[in-house]
Design a protein around this ligand. Structure first.
Ligand SMILES: Nc1ncnc2c1ncn2[C@@H]1O[C@H](COP(=O)(O)OP(=O)(O)OP(=O)(O)O)[C@@H](O)[C@H]1O
Ligand SMILES: [Mg+2]
Ligand SMILES: [Zn+2]
Length: 271
């Protein structure tokens, strides 16, 4: 526990990792000289840094913060503001005992991954260990582990995925479902569900049962949606039992509408 990470001497704590602060309130004159020790900021920062380093956030999303998520660019759908608020409140009120995560659904480029990363960065700031995995990347890594020339085993990869306090699974359902894919995703989600661990998921598939795609196209721009969502529902991709399990594990956060931030941001900068 008391491993010394810091090599430069911190001026606040002389490198001890503990600093002393006044024990009582200033109103209580009898206790004005009493001090108590508390963890120094340098150690909290070091912990935050090491959590960030081990969270595997891809470089492309390193810039994502809840504070940098904008909801008032031209064409922004009102659902973005609601989604941002839900993400913010989730991070503020996070309690590991709840075991309830978030499921961000919505169109491409609506900022689902941005919000998911923003949430785990907030949590890591509070000392909560988090892990980010792209769904396709995770499946690929597991598959590679079956290759006898690599040293890592399937369990080496899965153990942190099972055990991390908060897992982000980005782009759930983004690969063609095979029996192996289905088994693997259900092992992961069930393991986390059984241990009441928090899972944050993003998907651009419509959150609908299998075969429901055609009957439930969004009212706006059907053709664009058809292309973007590739004719598949989340239920088609992960199976209905898994989809309904997700509804027990996560609060659903929908980012609707045709609000591609990238387009909005570009047109805004030409004004
Ligand atoms: N409202 C926003 N405010 C600030 N940046 C945003 C916003 N929406 C998206 N972005 C930025 O745009 C890029 C795309 O967003 P992001 O990857 O989060 O979208 P997505 O919904 O996950 O898309 P996909 O379905 O393709 O995975 C990111 O760099 C992100 O930081
Ligand atoms: Mg994404
Ligand atoms: Zn210090």
């Amino acid at each position: 526990m008391a491993a010394t990470i810091q090599t430069e001497t911190c001026p606040l704590c002389d490198g001890t990792g503990w600093k002393s602060i006044p024990a009582g309130s200033h109103k209580d004159e009898r206790r004005i000289n009493e001090r108590r020790v508390t963890r120094c900021d340098c150690r909290l920062q070091a912990r935050n840094q090491s959590l960030l380093a081990s969270a595997r956030i891809p470089r492309r999303y390193e810039h994502c913060e809840l504070a940098s998520y904008s909801t008032d660019f031209p064409g922004a759908h009102p659902s973005l503001e609601r989604a941002h608020f839900k993400a913010f409140r989730f991070a503020q009120e996070y309690d590991p005992r709840d075991g309830v995560g978030l499921l961000f659904t919505g169109t491409i480029g609506s900022g689902k991954t941005h919000l998911a990363v923003g949430v785990i960065k907030e949590l890591m700031g509070k000392g909560v260990p988090c892990l980010f995995y792209d769904y396709r990347e995770l499946l690929k890594e597991i598959q590679n582990s079956y290759n006898s020339t690599v040293q890592t085993t399937e369990l080496d990869i899965l153990r942190p995925v099972f055990e991390t306090e908060v897992l982000v699974l980005d782009e759930l359902g983004a690969v063609k479902p095979t029996e192996w894919v289905g088994d693997t995703v259900s092992i992961i989600l069930n393991a986390r569900y059984n241990e009441s661990r928090t899972t944050i998921i993003t998907t651009n598939l419509p959150n609908l049962p299998p075969g429901e795609y055609k009957n439930n196209l969004p009212s706006t721009s059907k053709e664009a949606a058809r292309q973007a969502w590739q004719d598949k529902t989340l239920g088609d991709r992960i199976g209905e039992p898994m989809r309904s399990r997700l509804h027990e594990m996560c609060v659903i956060v929908e980012l609707d509408g045709n609000s591609d931030f990238r387009k909005g941001a570009r047109s805004a900068s030409f004004r």
